[in-house]
Design a protein around this ligand. Structure first.
Ligand SMILES: [Mg+2]
Length: 290
């Protein structure tokens, strides 16, 4: 579902007046790796003061929600632990609905990424032993070259034997913003590299990763339900997603039937990207300062 009309330039003040609740992306909206964006702390305080419920919705699968919240608080943004929804936490409903409880899992990522798999019911194994599920959690926290080569070797053995492995990608982001000026390669790009290799070797039956994080609308609906639970007096609450990425934040919000606002201060070439992707936000927000 694509918005029919051109996006409307708006301000934080206007949006808080208009909407009952918010989903807010973390990186590129509230924070970058070095700190908070101007106005981020005041925006969250304003929501709290007015009892407007919100969830921070992040594709982070390298940190638990409590670790994420602690990080935001260290940048002066007072987000409680239970107001954070991460793509890593979407592993639990996936394992439940696909009968993966007890499955042997190789998880590439940090110790928090491993905790997500453990909490979902997966049995963590090392890269040098067979596994039934490959979870690509984060680009950090493991010896990169050695681990990806071992993982790829096992995938080839299994797909050669027509005994496929489940491929899960909580965070499909291809890159991340390291600081206001610097960027880094994210695990989504490593998964895309694996898909390219598998496509090359198995052109007729190439497997792809199941992407659990944004733009998967399941994650937006999950977070929106939690916001709506705090608004029992509103029968059909209007909830707005604020993000900086068209293909994850804005596309997923649209598919989940939510209105969206794009932070143009973090995405200067958004108009060109919007034309190319066919994804149009409802609102444009040039920063969080009032
Ligand atoms: Mg972002």
């Amino acid at each position: 579902m694509q918005s029919d009309s051109a996006p409307v330039s708006s301000t934080v003040e206007q949006l808080v007046e208009t909407f009952d609740g918010f989903l807010i992306d973390a990186y590129g909206v509230l924070v970058h790796s070095d700190g908070a964006y101007p106005g981020a702390s005041a925006f969250v305080e304003r929501l709290d003061r007015r009892d407007v419920p919100y969830r921070v919705v992040t594709n982070d699968a390298s940190r638990l929600p409590s670790t994420c919240a602690e990080k935001y608080r260290s940048h002066g943004i007072a987000v409680p632990d239970d107001q954070v929804v991460t793509s890593g936490s979407m592993l639990t409903p996936y394992f439940e609905s696909h009968g993966l409880d007890g499955a042997s899992c190789l998880c590439l990522g940090t110790s928090d990424s491993h905790d997500y798999v453990d909490q979902a019911g997966g049995r963590l194994v090392d890269a040098d032993v067979p596994f039934d599920v490959l979870v690509m959690g984060d680009d950090a926290g493991f010896p990169f070259r050695e681990t990806v080569d071992q993982a790829l070797t096992h995938l080839f053995h299994r797909f050669d034997a027509d005994d496929p492995v489940d491929l899960l990608l909580p965070n499909p982001d291809q890159f991340f913003q390291r600081s206001t000026e610097d960027y880094g390669v994210a695990i989504g790009a490593i998964a895309a590299m694996f898909e390219s290799i598998l496509e090359d070797r198995y052109p007729d039956r190439a497997p792809t990763f199941e992407r659990l994080g944004k733009p998967n609308p399941t994650m937006f609906r999950h977070a929106a339900r939690r916001v709506a639970q705090e608004l029992p007096q509103v029968s059909n609450p209007d909830i707005l997603m604020i993000g900086d990425q068209l293909n994850t934040d804005i596309r997923g919000a649209e598919e989940a039937g939510l209105k969206s606002a794009l932070m143009t201060s973090s995405h200067k070439r958004w108009a060109e990207a919007s034309r190319a992707s066919g994804v149009t936000p409802d609102y444009l927000l040039d920063g969080l300062e009032t």
